[in-house]
Write a protein that binds this ligand. Structure first.
Ligand code: ZN
Length: 466
C-alpha cells in the first residue's frame, strides 16, 4: 500500500464516525412509544423454501454465502449511517433497536427519511458516500475522473482536500473476507456456470471491475442457487445518484415455475396476434429471448433489506452487459407469499364481498404478478406512422399507462391461456377477484407512484363499467 492511500484511510476512519453520539436513553417517552408503534407495523414473516432440488454440496455452499452476504450488510451500514456500534451503544429499548435495524439508521425510510431520534437531524442526502461538509459546488469543481464512479467513496485527505477511495480499499477487510468465502463456495458448486460466476464475482469485489462477472452471470442458466452480491443499486445516494450500495441476495430457483415461464414466454408471439385490438397495433414481434425465473429468497442483506423488501429484481444495470446479453428478471415467490398473507388478505377481508373472499388465492396473485411481467413485453413500442416511440409520445403519462397496460394485459393473458387449455382446472374467478383486491393493495402507493396511478385508473374504469 502506498503512502497516499494510507493517509486517505486514516482520514476515512475519522470522518466515518458520526459526531452525534449522545445516548438515546434521554429520548422522550412519547417518542419511544411512537417508535414502538411504528416498529410493530412491520409484520414478521418466516421465509421457507424447498431445498430438495439442491445437491448435498450445494447445501454446503449456503452457510458460506450467508456469511459473505452478512459482510455486505456490514458495508451497507457504513454507507447508510457510519459506525453502527455508536448508534446502538446503550440502547436497550427492544422496539427502538428493531426500528433502527429495519431502517439501517435513525431515519425512517418509508416516511421520506424523517429522523425519528431527537438527537439526529435530517439524513445526509449523499448518505455516507461523501464528506458531510462537502458542497455540490466543491464536488463539481473538483477535477478527478473517478469522483462519479459507482465504486468510490469520497473522503477528505489530511490536507482537507477531496479524495476518491475505491470501494475495495475503503472496505478492504470485508471484501477480502467475502471474496474468500465466495471462492470456497465456488469450490462446492456443481454447476459450471455458477462456479465461473462466483470466482469472477469474488475477483470483482477485490478490484471493483464488475463487467466480466456480470457477463458470466447472464451466461449461467442451469444453476439452482442464485447469489447476487456487491455494490449494485444507487438509490441510497440521493445527492448525485452515482454511488452503488452493497447488498446480497441468496436465492434458490423454483425449477417448476421457471420452466412454466419459459414456456409462456415462447407463446408471446401467439398471444400478441390474438390481442383484442385492430391489426395495425400488433405488427411488432415481441422478443422471446427474455430471461425470467422464479426463486425463493433465503437471505437478504444490506440495501435490498432496508425498509420495504424487494420482491422482484431486474439486473444487471450495466448497459454494456444489457446490450450484449439482455437482462434477467427474478421473481421472489416466498416474499410474494408474505405480501399476500400479511397485506393483501387483510385488505381483501375488509373490502371484498364475503361471498367472493374464497376467490382471493395466492396462486392467482402469483399468476397475475407473473403475467404482469410477461405483458410488459407485449403491445406496440412504436407509434403508428411516425418514428416516435410510445414512451416518447406519452411522456410523463408513460410509466403509469405502461404499468396499467401490464396489469390488465397480464390478466388477459391468463384468460387467453386458460381458453387455450394451458391451465387445466383453473377457476378464472380466482384471478379476477384477486386482481380486484390487488387494486386496493396497490393504490396505497399513492398518486406519486406509477403503480398507484395505474391501479386508480383501473379502479375508475371498472366502476364506470359497473
Ligand atoms: Zn410493471
Amino acid at each position: 500500500m502506498n503512502k497516499k492511500l494510507m493517509v486517505i484511510l486514516v482520514a476515512l476512519a475519522c470522518v466515518s464516525c458520526n459526531p452525534k453520539t449522545q445516548t438515546r436513553m434521554n429520548e422522550p417517552e412519547k417518542n419511544l412509544q411512537m417508535i414502538a408503534q411504528k416498529a410493530g407495523e412491520y409484520a414478521p414473516f418466516t421465509l421457507t423454501a424447498d431445498l430438495t432440488s439442491l445437491t448435498v454440496r450445494e447445501r454446503q455452499m449456503l452457510p458460506l454465502l450467508f456469511e459473505a452476504a452478512s459482510l455486505m450488510e456490514e458495508i451497507f451500514w457504513k454507507e447508510a449511517f457510519g459506525d453502527k456500534s455508536l448508534l446502538f451503544e446503550g440502547v436497550t429499548h427492544q422496539e427502538l433497536r428493531k426500528f433502527l435495524e429495519i431502517n439501517y439508521g435513525p431515519w425512517e425510510r418509508l416516511n421520506n427519511n424523517e429522523p425519528f431520534l431527537s438527537s439526529y437531524g435530517p439524513k445526509p442526502k449523499g448518505a455516507q458516500f461523501y464528506p458531510q461538509d462537502m458542497t455540490r459546488e466543491e464536488f463539481e469543481a473538483w477535477d478527478e475522473p473517478s469522483k462519479s464512479s459507482l465504486y468510490t467513496l469520497i473522503r477528505r485527505d489530511q490536507a482537507g482536500k477531496l479524495a476518491a477511495v475505491p470501494y475495495h480499499v475503503a472496505f478492504k477487510e470485508e471484501t477480502e473476507k467475502a471474496a474468500e468465502l465466495i471462492r470456497k463456495a465456488a469450490e462446492l458448486a456443481d454447476d459450471p456456470g455458477l462456479k465461473k460466476y462466483l470466482n469472477a464475482r469474488a475477483e470483482a469485489l477485490l478490484t471493483d471491475a464488475y463487467f466480466e462477472s456480470d457477463m458470466l452471470w447472464m451466461d449461467m442458466k442451469s444453476n439452482s442457487i442464485e447469489f447476487i452480491v456487491g455494490p449494485i443499486e444507487n438509490y441510497e445516494d440521493q445527492l448525485f445518484g452515482y454511488k452503488a450500495a452493497h447488498e446480497a441476495f441468496v436465492l434458490v430457483k423454483d425449477l417448476e415455475w421457471s420452466k412454466k415461464l419459459e414456456k409462456y414466454t415462447a407463446l408471446l408471439p401467439g398471444l400478441q396476434q390474438n390481442l383484442p385490438v385492430p391489426p395495425e397495433y400488433k405488427s411488432e414481434t415481441p422478443g422471446v429471448d427474455s430471461d425470467m425465473n422464479v426463486y425463493d429468497a433465503l437471505y437478504y442483506a444490506g440495501d435490498c433489506n432496508a425498509g420495504s423488501k424487494t420482491i422482484a429484481i431486474n439486473l444487471p444495470n450495466d448497459e454494456k452487459v444489457q446490450a450484449a446479453k439482455g437482462s434477467r428478471k427474478l421473481q421472489l415467490k416466498n416474499s410474494m407469499q408474505a405480501k399476500f398473507d400479511k397485506i393483501l388478505v387483510p385488505i381483501a377481508e375488509l373490502l371484498i364481498d364475503s361471498a367472493q373472499l374464497k376467490h382471493v388465492r395466492f396462486d392467482a396473485f402469483f399468476e397475475n404478478t407473473m403475467f404482469h411481467e410477461v405483458a410488459h413485453g407485449l403491445g406496440p413500442s412504436m407509434t403508428l406512422g411516425r418514428p416516435v416511440s410510445v414512451r416518447m409520445a406519452l411522456k410523463d403519462a408513460y410509466t403509469s399507462l405502461e404499468e396499467s397496460k401490464a396489469d390488465i394485459l397480464g390478466l388477459w393473458c391468463v384468460h387467453r391461456l386458460n381458453e387455450t387449455g394451458e391451465f387445466p382446472g383453473k377457476d378464472m374467478m380466482d384471478n379476477y377477484v384477486t386482481f380486484m383486491a390487488g387494486i386496493f393493495r396497490s393504490v396505497r402507493f399513492g398518486a406519486a407512484s406509477a403503480h398507484g396511478k395505474a391501479n386508480m385508473i383501473r379502479f375508475n374504469y371498472f366502476k364506470e363499467q359497473g
